[in-house]
Design a protein around this ligand. Structure first.
Ligand SMILES: [Zn+2]
Ligand SMILES: [Zn+2]
Length: 156
């Protein structure tokens, strides 16, 4: 499993009453707040993200199709300056079916939380490298000076 640590989580709860026992479609739209997320030794500070999609009961399978849009701030891989990255992630997941149940899908009195599904989909696609600019010069490995601000004297 992922090593996800969410500090300021606000939960998105979906009431599935209308589609849990019969075929049907439930549109979902709203904001999710992941807040500050620590993942793989990196920190991502999310803005509130917009979720739009639907959950459909097809022959007893609950299928989620959705898109999440937002932004997060993280540190430039080379110089550690803050970088803002856009999130635009499409998700398709069989939540609960005859053969499969998503391990992130928990249902309680016809209500389910789907934030973790969205977050894990975003983190799966998150770029390993974030740069403040294409030609970021990074930090000097010897003295640690930010070389975008000018040369250091190590090479002299
Ligand atoms: Zn940089
Ligand atoms: Zn240096």
């Amino acid at each position: 499993m992922y090593n996800i640590f969410c500090l300021q989580k606000r939960t998105m709860i979906i009431n599935l009453s209308g589609i849990i026992d019969s075929e049907g479609k439930l549109p979902i739209k709203g904001m999710v707040e992941f807040g500050r997320v620590e993942f793989d030794n990196m920190t991502y500070e999310f803005t509130p993200c917009m979720v739009e999609g639907e959950i459909v009961n097809v022959g007893g399978n609950l299928e989620l199709t959705a898109n999440v849009k937002g932004q997060y701030e993280t540190a430039c891989t080379r110089c550690l300056a803050p970088v803002i990255v856009d999130v635009d992630t499409d998700i398709f997941e069989v939540l609960n079916g005859k053969d499969v149940t998503s391990e992130l899908f928990k249902i309680n009195r016809n209500e389910c939380e789907i934030d973790e599904l969205f977050l894990s989909a975003i983190l799966t696609e998150i770029p390993l490298i974030a740069l403040c600019s294409e030609d970021c010069k990074g930090l000097c490995p010897t003295c640690g000076k930010n070389l975008n601000e000018g040369p250091c004297s190590c090479g002299e």
